[in-house]
Design a protein around this ligand. Structure first.
Ligand code: 13P
Length: 252
């Protein structure tokens, strides 16, 4: 059985004072008890990892893990502005997002680079969350499956059976931050497609890899999405900034 996984991606939001309020609100509720067999994580911006990691550690009963939003594909050295997987591991990260569409689009990240980043994350004992998804134009021209298959194919080619220790997030670009959530059936169809593609490589890997949905997930649509057989949780942007909304999605 694949555990349901809910990850908050704060993107470039947060502040020292606001983070403390968020972690205290979420952890104190989580310590009262959460549905069994689920995993939860939050990905603050890099400068807040130490603060958020420390606060999460001090509420040891809350089942909340720390994650990062990106990582360098390099190990160490003259790469100004980059952050290595070894550093993220030292800060206690469990999850690392790679290939978010905002990075693919604005910083020209290729499938090759995304896979190299995922390898760094795996080499340091953390779980990469590999983001894939098509744009509105690609969907409207009937190429959604082809585009997502192309993105997944590169990950399969490079990561091979190490994919079993990864998560994939299907985030249609047209649904991110737009309020236009993919219908549960559209999301399920693409998740199924991704799982079938993984099965062409290895049936065991396909049955193990959690595939999360991301894009305008809110408390009122999470229940239907998470009930789908190939949707194994969510990657939550805007709604994860509000502790009560995030908790409601975690319980969905
Ligand atoms: P929204 O939930 O704000 O649409 O963002 C989704 C996302 O990009 C999570 O990584």
């Amino acid at each position: 059985m694949r555990p349901l996984t809910v990850i908050g991606n704060w993107k470039m939001n947060g502040s020292i004072a606001g983070n403390a309020i968020w972690i205290e609100a979420v952890c104190s509720e989580m310590e009262k008890g959460m549905p069994a067999g689920r995993r939860y994580g939050v990905c603050p911006p890099y400068p807040f990892l130490a603060q958020c990691g420390g606060l999460i550690q001090s509420c040891s009963l809350a089942p909340l893990s720390l994650g990062a939003q990106d990582v360098s594909a390099e190990q160490l050295g003259p790469f100004t502005g980059e952050v290595s997987a070894a550093m993220l591991s030292e800060f206690g990260c469990t999850y690392v997002l790679v290939g978010h569409s905002e990075r693919r689009d604005r910083y020209n990240e290729s499938d090759q680079l995304v896979a190299e980043k995922a390898l760094q994350v795996l080499d340091h004992g953390m779980t990469p969350i590999i983001c894939v998804g098509e744009t509105a134009d690609e969907r409207n021209s009937g190429r959604a499956v082809e585009v997502v298959r192309g993105q997944v194919a590169k990950q399969v080619a490079i990561l091979q059976d190490r994919l079993a220790d990864s998560l994939i997030a299907y985030e249609p670009v047209w649904a991110i931050g737009t309020g236009k959530v993919a219908s549960a059936q559209i999301a399920q169809d693409m998740h199924r497609e991704i799982r079938l593609q993984l099965a062409e490589f290895d049936a065991d890997v396909a049955s193990h890899v959690g595939i999360l949905y991301g894009g305008s997930v809110k408390p009122d649509n999470a229940v239907e999405l998470f009930a789908m057989p190939d949707i194994d949780g969510g990657l939550i942007g805007g709604a994860s900034l509000d502790p009560q909304e995030f908790l409601a999605i975690c319980r969905a």
